[in-house]
Design a protein around this ligand. Structure first.
Ligand code: SF4
Ligand code: SF4
Length: 369
């Protein structure tokens, strides 16, 4: 018996997914679209009314990409007592070669665990290596000022576990640094994080340079655990990008690239003044950082103590919380959305991309104005 499916979103994303899913037609039956605003038909399929939705048994795949809109739709569907609700987040596999179940596993997040009182945390990141092989001037994670020492894996994994108990679901989790592939325990981290976060979209964020030389078993582990790679293509990466792509493609790993631009701009992210002549700019994109039992609304805040220690400054560190003590669910989200004193020091100060010299300077990261 074929699986009945409703695609939520009768717009560009919905149409795109419909076209992709047509090759699965032997095992699925797309019975129509749903949409918050549209009625009538889309691509020859009916846009179902709420009454029809209420009485129809089907998997519902939300196709809109905006998370807040997705959450509103999800809430409405839960009120309709719908259960099998998925969010399609990325095109990763050839649907000519996989089944519907594999498509759900590889490209969709099952939203059933998102009990509303615990809420949805959209983006979380964790360093598995604080230092980096590139040492970019202006790195907002301050990697150039960290020692070449690896973190305690059990403690970092305990942080993931603690956080997972406080929220309904984490949509995206970024394993990063520094340069995360410098940590030889990458495979172990991936297995542990995947065990704790079975439904999360997992990414490794890297400058890509170590990829041609990493061990095959790391790539195998990534493929088996459905972990994708996001490559920041800085100038040194650009010269070996074909090798990096070939290695990932041969291993069957999904990746995306933030491409190199000859005029690549970077920023000095901070001003020592809380009333700078530069415009304010937040670079965090809402990405929560966890580290050594703590949680903060962004990496710049999480690592500001290290910055103060190295440069003898006193930038404010309010807003870093003990994970064990902080609240759960919506209350945690609200706490992490609050502006912190450091926000008034975050500025837009563009420079060309470059590496720190042999001695890392305050001016690599901050302006004094
Ligand atoms: S590659 Fe990324 S993590 Fe490494 S120093 Fe540059 S900006 Fe920081
Ligand atoms: S301190 Fe505030 S403004 Fe600066 S990066 Fe973090 S959240 Fe954004």
């Amino acid at each position: 018996m074929s699986k009945k499916i409703i695609l939520y979103g009768a717009g560009t994303e919905g149409e795109k997914l419909l076209r992709r899913m047509e090759v699965l037609q032997d095992t699925i039956e797309i019975i129509g679209f749903a949409d918050s605003f549209k009625t009538g038909h889309c691509c020859g399929y009916p846009i179902l009314s709420w009454e029809r939705m209420e009485t129809t048994e089907a998997d519902i795949i939300i196709t809109v990409k905006d998370q807040m809109v997705m959450e509103e739709i999800y809430d409405r569907l839960v009120r309709l007592k719908k259960e099998n609700i998925y969010w399609h987040y990325d095109d990763r596999v050839s649907l000519h070669t996989v089944t519907y179940d594999v498509f759900l596993l590889k490209e969709c997040i099952c939203l059933k665990n998102c009990v509303s009182e615990k809420g949805i945390l959209s983006r979380v990141e964790m360093h598995i290596c604080d230092y980096c092989n590139l040492n970019c001037s202006g790195c907002t994670h301050f990697s150039p000022i960290f020692e070449r020492r690896l973190p305690d894996r059990e403690k970092r994994i305990a942080d993931v576990q603690k956080l997972s108990e406080k929220v309904g679901v984490i949509l995206r989790f970024f394993i990063m640094g520094g340069e995360p592939f410098l940590n030889p325990d990458m495979a172990q981290y991936i297995e542990d994080i995947r065990r704790i976060l079975p439904d999360t979209d997992l990414w490794v964020v890297t400058n890509g340079l170590p990829i041609p030389g990493i061990k095959e078993d790391v790539l195998t582990c990534m493929r088996q655990n459905n972990v994708a790679v996001s490559i920041s293509e800085y100038e040194p990466t650009h010269y070996v990008i074909d090798k990096i792509k070939a290695r990932l493609e041969n291993a069957g790993i999904h990746y995306n690239i933030r491409p190199y631009d000859i005029k690549q701009k970077f920023i000095r992210p901070l001003s020592l003044s809380d009333n700078s002549k530069y415009n304010q700019r937040c670079i965090s994109e809402g990405c929560i950082n966890i580290c050594d039992g703590k949680i903060a609304r962004c990496p710049t805040l999480m690592y500001i103590d290290r910055f103060n220690e190295i440069f003898g400054t006193a930038l404010p560190n309010d807003g870093i919380y003990e994970l064990a003590d902080c609240p759960s669910g919506e209350k945690l989200m609200t706490l992490l959305q609050k502006e912190v004193p450091l926000c008034s020091h975050c500025v837009e100060n563009e420079t060309e991309w470059s590496r720190c010299g042999s001695k890392v300077k305050l001016s690599d990261f901050a302006v004094v104005d």
